[in-house]
Write a protein that binds this ligand. Sequence first.
Ligand code: GUN
Ligand code: ZN
Length: 468
Amino acid sequence: MVSRVHWGHIFHVAGRPTVEDAADALISVPDGALVVDDDGRIRYCGERAELPAPARGDIVVDHRPGYLLPGFVDTHVHFPQTFAGDAYGGGQLLEWLTRCVYPAEARFADPGFAREAAVEFCRRRVAVGTTAAMVFGSAFRQAQDALFGETHRRGLRMVSGRGVQTTGEPAAAPLFTPEAEVVRSVRAEIDAWHAADTGEVDTALLHVAIVPRFALSVTPETLRRLGELYDQVRDRGVYFHTHLNENNRPGTGEVDTTKRVYGVRSYLDTYDGRFLPGSEIGGSTLLGRRSILAHAVHCQDAELARMAETGTSIAHCPVSQQFLGSGTMPWRRTVASGVTVAAGTDYGGGDEWAIPRVLASAFKVHISEPGEDGVSLHPAQLLFTGTLAGARALDMERRFGNFDLGKEADFVVVDPSGSPALAATLADGTRSEDPLLARDQTLFALLMGLDERAVAGVYVQGRRVDDH
Ligand code: GUN
Ligand code: ZN
């Protein structure tokens, strides 16, 4: 068996810790080796000096003085907003959707345009080292076919599903699916693309999600139909993805409008089968281990508890929350509920493609939370949130997310020389005499300063992914 031996400074969060325990699980091997078998699995991760001599035919790839990190996981990013980043003139969420986003997404009805976008979307992902992603899809089937096709061609991991909208304002009308066609169209995407690459959900790189845009863009009838469909396909490992509790402008924002339109006690109830007035049960729940809800900035305690109970995860998108003025997800309270919190760019609501930029933003917004709520996140917690937590949110932690032996080798090679300011900080930054603190300082500087210029190589299942 031919193996590939990658040399570099390894950082990863080993095992299956919670975010609270991530610092204890941080592994740093400055002169490290990562050995990947030709089946794409990790055979060795540790000191280069302790590695048995390479077998004949083994291929050594020397990335020194570069770093090897687990591939970044983006748990919330919008394909049909590939060209909609930094859109001006929208204001906060609901107006931004009307003025900037719906018109941009309507252009994906043009198959040629959608194909170009799929190529650009995948190029952007690779450039920033995002090896796995939950991708909020386009309303248009051909656009989704282009996205899955291009993702497959490049060998990337992806969960995605067409964005379903059945009601809303006139600006959203080009994105509507007729009520009677919702189930047929979502089922068709599942049948076409779910585990389409290998035929088995546990080995596939491609998976499909059921994706209503948010409660306000669908009817109770749509939620009932999607719940019924989810009951039928849950066992096949299909996902659920949508937005929750993002904008709480009093009276007219997303949270208040949702509660008023549905007459429910909590926003989460609409996705939990309780979408009838008074939060009466009207259908099946869409929550579960393969459900990821984006934002969850303004949750009631009961909503967090219900997410934790059902294994539903949060895609935390602080860059977007700043861009759209959505507020700050309370870190301590959210994490204390036991719900898994992973990182999402929410591009184009966020204006950064790179998960490390999201982690840098998370550090800044959470240290700025008022009073006792403020928290200085440990660099291992940041790394965890952008890698292992993402794999956990995708219910694929046993497959990737860190360099535990036997896992599939998804990793990013960072060459700081591509990014002069990062290189200078790493080379000449003052470090503690305490080796553990010095280690943490190096990882912190690396994550805070990492931009796409320093991403020198991206590997999924041990195979290098092209960036063009
Ligand atoms: N809520 C409903 N649609 C969207 C969207 O496209 N982006 C964000 N950030 N929130 C949403
Ligand atoms: Zn979003």
